[in-house]
Write a protein that binds this ligand. Structure first.
Ligand SMILES: Cc1ncc(COP(=O)(O)O)c(C=O)c1O
Length: 305
C-alpha cells in the first residue's frame, strides 16, 4: 500500500455512503480549506473496537457547534457509520480520522450557504502515532506560540484552524532535534503539547493542567480514571512552568500518542518512573476491554450529545 494518504485501497464513509478510498474528494474551493472551518477527531481501533467511540463522536458534534454549525448526523449515527467503515476495511488495529467541513457552494469568510460534509477514514496502524516513544523518554522543548484565550478562539473545539500554531511548533521542534513542543496558555500556564495532554508526577500524586480553552483529551480522562483506580490523587489545576522543576516524572497522553514518557524538557531531565510505567500498562488493558466503545470515564462528553 502506498504511503500517500490519497492512494490507498479500502473504503471511506462519505456523507452516508461507503466509497472506494481514491474516489473521495473535496473541491479546491471548499470553505474549510480556505478558512479552517473543518472539525475532526482522531480515534484508535483496538481489537476491532474504537476506544471511547461515543465520546469522540460527541466531541466532534460539539466542536462543530463551537464553530457555529450543526452536524446533520446524530452521535449514534456517527458511531454506527464508524463501526461500518472499520468493518468494511477489515481493521482490528488502526487509526480513524472523522472530519466534518463546510463545502464549496459559496466562497467567502462567511460559511452561510455552504453544506456540511462528513467523512470517516480508518486505516491500519499499530503502536504510537505522532510521537515515537524512546526508552529514556522523548525530548520536548517549550513552544513560542501559546494556546489562545477564550476571548480569542473557541479552544475547546478540535478545529483545523486551531492546529495552525501546533503544526508550526511541531515542525520547529523536529527541526531543532526535539520530539515535540509544550505550549503554555494565554496566561503563561502549562497547557498541552502540539497533539497531546500532559501529566506531572510530584510527591506521589499526579498533576495535570485544568482544561481552560484547550482540548479536553479523552485519553486524559481515561488516565485520570486509571489513577483513581490505583488510589492515586490527581490534581487538576493551574500548573505554572516553574513546577516542571519539581516533577519527578512527566508524560504526554493522547489518542495517537497513547502514554508517552518525557525524558527531557529543554534542560530539565526526568526518569521514566513507576507511576508512568504503571499507567502505561493499565491503559493498554483498558483500551482492550469489551466495553471500551462507551463513554467510560469520559461521561462528561455525553452532555455534548
Ligand atoms: C492539541 C491536542 N491536545 C490534546 C490531545 C489529546 O486528546 P485525546 O486524548 O482526546 O486524543 C490531542 C489529540 O487529539 C491534541 O491534538
Amino acid at each position: 500500500m502506498s504511503a500517500n494518504m490519497e492512494d490507498r485501497d479500502g473504503f471511506i464513509w462519505f456523507d452516508g455512503e461507503l466509497l472506494p478510498w481514491r474516489e473521495v474528494k473535496a473541491h479546491v474551493l471548499t470553505h474549510a480549506l480556505h478558512y479552517g472551518s473543518a472539525v475532526f477527531e482522531g480515534e484508535r481501533i483496538y481489537d476491532g473496537r474504537v476506544f471511547r467511540l461515543a465520546a469522540h463522536s460527541a466531541r466532534l458534534r460539539n466542536s462543530a457547534r463551537l464553530l457555529d454549525y450543526e452536524l446533520p448526523w446524530s452521535r449514534s449515527e456517527i458511531d454506527e457509520a464508524t463501526r461500518a467503515v472499520v468493518k468494511a476495511n477489515g481493521l482490528t488495529a488502526g487509526y480513524v480520522r472523522p472530519i466534518a467541513w463546510r463545502g464549496s457552494e459559496v466562497l467567502g469568510v462567511s460559511a452561510i450557504g455552504t453544506t456540511v460534509h462528513l467523512a470517516i477514514a480508518p486505516w491500519a496502524q499499530e503502536g504510537r502515532l505522532s510521537v515515537q516513544a524512546k526508552p529514556g523518554g522523548i525530548n520536548v522543548t517549550m513552544a513560542k506560540y501559546r494556546r489562545p484565550g477564550p476571548d480569542s478562539a473557541p479552544g475547546g473545539a478540535k478545529a483545523a484552524g486551531l492546529y495552525v500554531i501546533c503544526g508550526i511548533e511541531k515542525d520547529r521542534a523536529l527541526g531543532a532535534g526535539f520530539d515535540d513542543a509544550l505550549m503554555l496558555d494565554w496566561e503563561g500556564r502549562l497547557a498541552e503539547s502540539t497533539g497531546a495532554n500532559i501529566f506531572l508526577a510530584m510527591g506521589g500524586r499526579l498533576v495535570t493542567p485544568k482544561v481552560e480553552n484547550f482540548l479536553d483529551g479523552i485519553t486524559r480522562r481515561a488516565v485520570m480514571g486509571l489513577a483513581d483506580r490505583r488510589g492515586w490523587a490527581v490534581e487538576e489545576r493551574a500548573v505554572m512552568p516553574e513546577e516542571l522543576d519539581e516533577a519527578t516524572e512527566v508524560f504526554l497522553c493522547g489518542t495517537a500518542a497513547e502514554l508517552v514518557p518525557v525524558g527531557a524538557i529543554d534542560d530539565r531531565r526526568y526518569q521514566v518512573g513507576p507511576m508512568t510505567r504503571a499507567l502505561m500498562e493499565d491503559f493498554q488493558t483498558l483500551v482492550r476491554r469489551p466495553d471500551s466503545e462507551g463513554f467510560g470515564e469520559s461521561a462528561h462528553f455525553a452532555t455534548m450529545d
